[in-house]
Write a protein that binds this ligand. Sequence first.
Ligand code: B12
Ligand SMILES: *[C@@H]1O[C@H](CO)[C@@H](O)[C@H](O)[C@H]1NC(C)=O
Ligand SMILES: *[C@@H]1O[C@H](CO)[C@@H](O)[C@H](O)[C@H]1NC(C)=O
Ligand SMILES: *[C@@H]1O[C@H](CO)[C@@H](O)[C@H](O)[C@H]1NC(C)=O
Ligand SMILES: *[C@@H]1O[C@H](CO)[C@@H](O)[C@H](O)[C@H]1NC(C)=O
Ligand SMILES: *[C@@H]1O[C@H](CO)[C@@H](O)[C@H](O)[C@H]1NC(C)=O
Ligand SMILES: *[C@@H]1O[C@H](CO)[C@@H](O)[C@H](O)[C@H]1NC(C)=O
Ligand SMILES: *[C@@H]1O[C@H](CO)[C@@H](O)[C@H](O)[C@H]1NC(C)=O
Ligand SMILES: *[C@@H]1O[C@H](CO)[C@@H](O)[C@H](O)[C@H]1NC(C)=O
Ligand SMILES: *[C@@H]1O[C@H](CO)[C@@H](O)[C@H](O)[C@H]1NC(C)=O
Length: 432
Amino acid sequence: MRQSHQLPLVGLLLFSLIPSQLCTICEVSLENYSCLTVLPLLNTMINSKYARGIQAANVLLSLRLVGIQDQSLERQVIQEVKENEEKKGLDLTSGQLALVVLSLGACQNSDETITYVHLVSQLEKKFQEEIKNMVTHNGNPLTNYYQLSLDVLALCLFNGKYSVTEVNKYFTPENKNFYFGSQFSVDTGAMAVLALTCVKRSIINGQIKASEMDLKHINNYIESLVKKILHEKKENGLIGNVFSTGEAMQALYVSANYYNQTEWDCQQTLRAVLKEISQGSFHMPIAAAQILPALFGKTYLDVNNSFSCGSGSFNISIHKPSPVEPSSSSSWISVNYTVKINKTYSTNVTVKNGSVFLDVMKRAQQINETVFRFTYVETSWGPYITSVQGLEANSNDRTYWELLSEGKPLSQGVGSYVVHNGENLEVRWSTY
Ligand code: B12
Ligand SMILES: *[C@@H]1O[C@H](CO)[C@@H](O)[C@H](O)[C@H]1NC(C)=O
Ligand SMILES: *[C@@H]1O[C@H](CO)[C@@H](O)[C@H](O)[C@H]1NC(C)=O
Ligand SMILES: *[C@@H]1O[C@H](CO)[C@@H](O)[C@H](O)[C@H]1NC(C)=O
Ligand SMILES: *[C@@H]1O[C@H](CO)[C@@H](O)[C@H](O)[C@H]1NC(C)=O
Ligand SMILES: *[C@@H]1O[C@H](CO)[C@@H](O)[C@H](O)[C@H]1NC(C)=O
Ligand SMILES: *[C@@H]1O[C@H](CO)[C@@H](O)[C@H](O)[C@H]1NC(C)=O
Ligand SMILES: *[C@@H]1O[C@H](CO)[C@@H](O)[C@H](O)[C@H]1NC(C)=O
Ligand SMILES: *[C@@H]1O[C@H](CO)[C@@H](O)[C@H](O)[C@H]1NC(C)=O
Ligand SMILES: *[C@@H]1O[C@H](CO)[C@@H](O)[C@H](O)[C@H]1NC(C)=O
């Protein structure tokens, strides 16, 4: 109901800004869907409250890529960067800093420039720390290859120092960091394709020195990663899962020379995404941010020194959504909740219908603190489980707390997965 009030205003704004660009790469005739389909995404991104400014960096980047200015988001990100510098910048992971560089670099205005140069050299250091950790910890970075790819991408686009030899050494497609368990990570592979494509272009432009051999390797890596991404294409057109599809599309846009055009039906993928949007799959701002650029035919490679962000003289003002009314039904459901380490610990938990996984864990913790106690941190995707029974996830050992339902891994976190009556839920001590 609420949305229908907002649509006319936003529709006007959007149509006067960007409609003709929508999906230019796919050249889709949006037969059954209108451009209005993407408006809820913008609404989600613009009206969210971000726990930390840094979480807004990805959103800011995406909005800027499609030509939308949001000064309050900008201020949030800059504020967070300043606070971080006062704490000597130790707080941000390499990939978070890379996102800040990309989002602020996407259209620098005068007061951003000063901090910004400084940020690129900080990123150089953080990238080196990742490599150092791999050397000392059995090839495991401090974070992950999604973030290392973001690092290389940001350094490459904004003239930071990095070594092509190192990129060649660490980004071989067979590297274990492209996989979680035996599963190829489409998100990670896609980000790597974007980064490697930037490096390739820099070599060809002569912006960075490299041998013929280096270039040949990078070409081979891109080709192989693109194959792996296409291999994860599902029958309905999604690539990996619904949340990796946007980034996979970006990777495929920039690597069209590496696959046969018959191997990817872009329009089919786009239709699947639009359908998911209409079903509310992208209700999280970070999810919306990661799908948006691809819908407009944009990629993270479009961000560079000369990227124009438009005049910035308009404001998008979508009315604040009124708070979602909690479902007034007070029915209760019960689920079987299990913690699995080497032993399994189970309990029958009763929660209100409509509860999420996190509610179940909290309730179980009340039932037996010793067995079901847990900790989590807030991340851009919501609460991330860091420990259960005091046992902590650790990147150096590639350990984590895996979420499952009926023995199958979930594709959402504890803060968003809505549980069902009679369901068997599990958190399992796993390695990736
Ligand atoms: C690397 C990664 C992991 C690593 C994280 C540890 C590490 N070594 O970095 C591992 C393999 C352990 C992992 C685990 C999970 N992940 Co994961 N992960 C990613 C990936 C590829 C990159 C994240 C990243 O570094 N982002 C960049 C930095 C700058 O942002 P950040 O916010 O600081 O990143 C942190 C968080 O993203 C957090 N994180 C990682 N995964 C998840 C998942 C959830 C639900 C939350 C809340 C946080 C979180 O770890 C990052 C590093 O600290 C993303 C892909 C993507 N498109 O974002 C998927 C992604 C975020 N993960 C996802 C999922 C579903 C999970 C799991 C729930 C899977 C499961 N069934 O158990 C678990 C989390 C369970 C828990 N304990 O709460 C989904 C989330 C979708 C959604 N709608 O919520 C994504 C988008 C992948 C996908 N396409 O489905 N993940
Ligand atoms: C679009 O609508 C037409 C006719 O209404 C239908 O045949 C077609 O399958 C629809 N396409 C999609 C992607 O829903
Ligand atoms: C592309 O794929 C089609 C069908 O699979 C095939 O006929 C064609 O030869 C391929 N083209 C190239 C350049 O590989
Ligand atoms: C910036 O990106 C655009 C689009 O990708 C490209 O045409 C342009 O040459 C790039 N400029 C620089 C300085 O790299
Ligand atoms: C945009 O919003 C800012 C802050 O609310 C305001 O100062 C500015 O005048 C607005 N610009 C336009 C063009 O409405
Ligand atoms: C709950 O799940 C565990 C692990 O799958 C199982 O061993 C246990 O029997 C289940 N309990 C109930 C009451 O179904
Ligand atoms: C699980 O059991 C194995 C083999 O007995 C043991 O080596 C390992 O330390 C145990 N793991 C945990 C987390 O207790
Ligand atoms: C869990 O407890 C509820 C309420 O006590 C009961 O109705 C339900 O049958 C129990 N479920 C299992 C699987 O034991
Ligand atoms: C829980 O709520 C959903 C939708 O609100 C409803 O379809 C379902 O029947 C409810 N389940 C129970 C056990 O009340
Ligand atoms: C919690 O569970 C453990 C293991 O099942 C048990 O030994 C302990 O007595 C339980 N504590 C409480 C308070 O129920």
